[in-house]
Design a protein around this ligand. Structure first.
Ligand code: C5P
Length: 275
């Protein structure tokens, strides 16, 4: 028996850092949604192993990966193939999204989800059930959001792997205000308006440490993004565009001048049951 699970890119549409726990982890208030691009894991009953394929396989070790930790956490003997389509250490879920996909696949194979999956990584709980959510605490408090409108996106990564702890450490203040209340069933205009009243508190410190992130945001703005923002601790930035044509054209035009960047036009994955 073999099962395949999609590990969609996680986007922090907004991310406020509201405090810090005594163990050093930061308290967040974040709007999280998932894109239609992602990695893919395939699981087969066999002794534990990992093979990594795909555009971003190079540089990842098949002996040291959260996918293996996820399988060990539930005591599964499983051969894992990870198709790594998303850039590594890039603010869009990465290892946490892949580990969550392994846990989902193993649940289908008869291994119940483990308690406290956040032990694997702070973003694992949110990636276990990919749909629009408000995420609080260090990632363990998940509140479903009302359905979001169709969102056409361009994701841009300048090819820099960003160490998350370094960005958190560079935060000028760790007690920022929480997110404003989320509007009820917003259309595109209201959602964009709402997001403009939110921030990613990690963006300024990440840009200061890694200036090419600013170039990504500027490129998205120059192509007419309704909103351009960094996801997570970076370096991937997303732009929200008015329609599929605008997103496709922006991705194409940015690609013509930034050869080494990872650029993709995509959509927000629609939530199950979303209108
Ligand atoms: O849990 P994860 O391995 O994804 O986190 C990587 C690092 O990011 C942590 O070791 C910590 O330094 C930082 N972090 C944090 N607060 C969070 C999430 C991550 O300080 N809520």
């Amino acid at each position: 028996m073999s099962v395949t699970e999609f590990a969609p890119a996680k986007l922090n549409l907004a991310l406020h850092v509201t405090g810090q726990r005594p163990d050093g982890y930061h308290l967040l208030d974040s709007l999280v949604a998932f894109a239609e691009v992602g990695d893919r894991v395939t699981l087969t009953q066999a002794p534990l192993s990992l093979q990594i394929t795909g555009q971003f396989a190079a540089g990842l070790s098949p002996n040291d990966n959260l996918c293996l930790d996820a399988a060990r956490l539930v005591g599964a003997e499983v051969a894992i193939t990870l198709e790594k389509n998303l850039p590594v250490a890039s603010g869009i879920g990465g290892g946490s999204a892949d580990a969550a996909a392994v846990l989902r696949g193993l649940a289908r194979m008869g291994h119940p989800l483990p308690p406290a999956p956040e032990r694997l990584g702070a973003d694992v709980p949110v990636c276990l059930h990919p749909r629009p959510l408000r995420m609080q605490g260090v990632g363990e408090i998940l509140i479903p959001l009302p359905p979001l409108p169709e969102l056409h996106l361009v994701l841009v990564n300048p090819g820099i792997a960003v160490p998350t702890p370094q960005v958190f450490a560079a935060l000028p203040t760790k007690t920022n205000p929480p997110l404003p209340p989320f509007p009820d069933r917003p259309d595109l205009a209201r959602l964009v308006d709402h997001l403009h009243r939110c921030r990613n508190d990690l963006q300024a410190p990440a840009v200061a440490l890694f200036p090419p992130i600013r170039d990504c945001l500027d490129a998205l703005d120059a192509e007419g993004a309704l909103l351009a923002r960094m996801s997570g601790s970076g370096a991937t930035c997303f732009g929200i565009f008015a329609d599929v044509g605008a997103a496709g054209l922006a991705a194409y035009r940015i690609g013509t001048v930034h050869d080494g960047w990872w650029i993709t036009a995509t959509k927000l994955a629609s939530a199950p049951g979303a209108g």
